[in-house]
Design a protein around this ligand. Structure first.
Ligand code: NI
Length: 183
């Protein structure tokens, strides 16, 4: 499977920079990937995997590295047993009525965590780097992670699922921490 080719290449690739909120690109609806975009996507994937693994994180969407196109990575595997998945133009076809609540974080909102409630199971359609259209079901952490990444493609951050009060509290705390880091 080609996805492994890109995650393996992460060991020698230079990690791309992950953007920290607030950034306009994180709030934009990304455009669909077109066939002519694939060559460029192949070039950036190893650097995106490198950045995600270094963080470490389990998902990374293109807008988080400044690319407003509909693709994202997830990998719930361990360092010794990677399970990379590259989703191009992903779509949720069905979602369960049953919900699950899980603590989420985001590489674009470092050190901020909150419980988010989402559908427990989803049915997903996406296109692979080789242009194959795939479908599968996902539940548990994978379902949460995929929904979080697809949100990024629509300019949505996990804090948008919280109350305004809670969201503003987290965003203020992040801004303060980032200001402190910059000195
Ligand atoms: Ni995120």
């Amino acid at each position: 499977m080609t996805d492994v080719v890109f995650s393996d290449a992460a060991t020698t690739a230079k990690p791309v920079e992950i953007l920290i909120a607030p950034q306009n690109v994180l709030r934009q609806v990304a455009r669909p990937v077109r066939p002519e975009d694939i060559a460029g996507i192949r070039l950036i994937l190893p650097g995106m995997f490198a950045a995600m693994y270094a963080a470490p994180g389990i998902g990374l969407a293109a807008p988080q590295v400044g690319i407003s196109q509909r693709f994202a990575l997830v990998d719930l595997g361990e360092a010794e047993a990677r399970e990379p998945m590259i989703m191009i133009n992903p779509e949720i076809l069905e979602e369960s009525e049953s919900l699950s609540t899980r603590e989420e974080g985001c590489l674009s909102l470092p050190n901020q965590y909150a419980e988010v409630t989402r559908p427990e199971k989803i049915r997903l359609r996406w296109t692979t780097v080789d242009g194959n259209v795939m479908e599968r079901e996902a539940d548990g952490l994978l379902a949460t992670c995929i929904q979080h990444e697809i949100d990024h493609l629509d300019g949505i951050l996990f804090v948008d699922h919280l109350s305004t009060l809670r969201r503003n509290m987290i965003l203020r705390r992040l801004a303060k921490e980032q200001k402190f880091r910059r000195g």
